[in-house]
Write a protein that binds this ligand. Structure first.
Ligand code: C2E
Ligand code: CA
Ligand code: CA
Ligand code: CA
Length: 289
């Protein structure tokens, strides 16, 4: 049953039909989505394992699609990356997230009952490979921070490990410049990219974000000893190199405890909070301090 809205796909298999319409409608709507103001951000807190407090929040983009409703980034980021829309979209995300950091820090957010704000609250923003290689990355990032009145230390840029594999010194230069300014650089999805661990030393990263797949291995009781050894080893190595470790995808108390014992620095996952509106974040810091 179709609503007849110019649907040219009349195929027997409802699944492939849906997929075809989907692709068509995504490709058609994506270019104008930014101007139509259809994107929005959710934020997921990063929790310090030592004291359970909020360390920052990761901005995650969503698309309010005119036909399909709310879509997650896995549905449209690859397409945006392919078409190049990721560059203006990524800049929009950066602007929104940095402005949001300002509001949190100044206590200007609904839900911050103390109205006190939280000074060094950081915001994490995902960078796609295309943005990473864009010549304006450094000046744009500086401009966005200055316009919002937010310090570079309040921003963490997340770059996937795979985007940096094989990058030469010239390609790493923009990230190195940002790191020298005080911007945190996190290696996202760490452990999935098969990179040479020795390679870590030459990357301008300050944080490793250990991929969710490793957290999953700690879910069983007792946890898979190989996963425990692996995560423990990565944490030791990271700390020896002066890097902090964030773990993703923490869904249970057992995982959280195990990861705390393994000396991870910060954690993110449904166990603590799902991604939600910016107003949801103040509930995770205590108003008394
Ligand atoms: P990511 O950077 O690895 O982000 C973490 C993903 O894991 C998010 O999915 C988040 O909602 C999900 N997640 C968080 N906690 C848990 C948990 O406990 N269990 C499980 N199963 N999942 C959890 P989401 O929001 O669908 O984002 C997917 C990916 O899309 C992100 O993966 C990131 O690579 C990309 N993305 C999101 N926002 C942006 C953006 O603004 N720019 C770019 N370039 N990529 C983005
Ligand atoms: Ca990320
Ligand atoms: Ca990740
Ligand atoms: Ca991921």
């Amino acid at each position: 049953a179709k609503d007849g809205g110019g649907n040219r796909y009349e195929v027997a298999d409802p699944d492939s039909d849906a997929r075809a319409i989907d692709r068509h409608s995504l490709t058609n709507h994506l270019p104008g989505a930014l101007e139509r103001d259809e994107f929005f951000l959710e934020y997921q807190p990063l929790i310090r394992m030592l004291d359970g407090r909020v360390d920052g929040a990761e901005a995650l983009v969503r698309w309010r699609h005119p036909v399909h409703g709310r879509l997650g980034p896995d549905r449209f980021i690859p397409l945006a990356e392919h078409t190049g829309l990721i560059v203006p979209l990524g800049r929009w995300v950066l602007e929104q997230a940095v402005e949001q950091a300002y509001f949190w820090q100044r206590g200007l957010v609904e839900g911050d009952s103390a109205g006190a704000g939280r000074e060094p609250l950081r915001v994490n923003v995902n960078l796609s490979p295309r943005q990473l290689h864009h010549p304006d990355l450094v000046p744009d990032t500086i401009a966005v921070l200055e316009a919002a009145g937010v310090s570079p230390e309040s921003l963490c840029l997340e770059v996937t490990e795979s985007a940096l594999i094989g990058a030469d010194e010239d390609e790493l230069k923009p990230l190195r410049q940002l790191a020298e300014l005080g911007v945190d650089i996190a290696l996202d999805d760490f452990g999935t990219g098969y990179s040479n661990l020795a390679n870590l030393r030459r990357l301008p990263a300050t944080t490793l974000k250990l991929d969710r797949s490793f957290t999953q291995g700690l879910q069983q009781h007792p946890a898979d000893p190989l996963d425990v050894t692996f995560v423990g080893g990565i944490v030791s190595l990271a700390h020896a190199l002066g890097l902090r470790v964030t773990v993703e995808g923490v869904e249970t108390e057992a995982q959280a405890q195990q990861l705390r014992e393994l000396d991870c620095d910060t954690a993110q996952g449904w166990y603590y909070a799902r991604p939600a509106s910016p107003e949801s974040i103040p509930a995770y810091w205590s108003p008394s301090d």
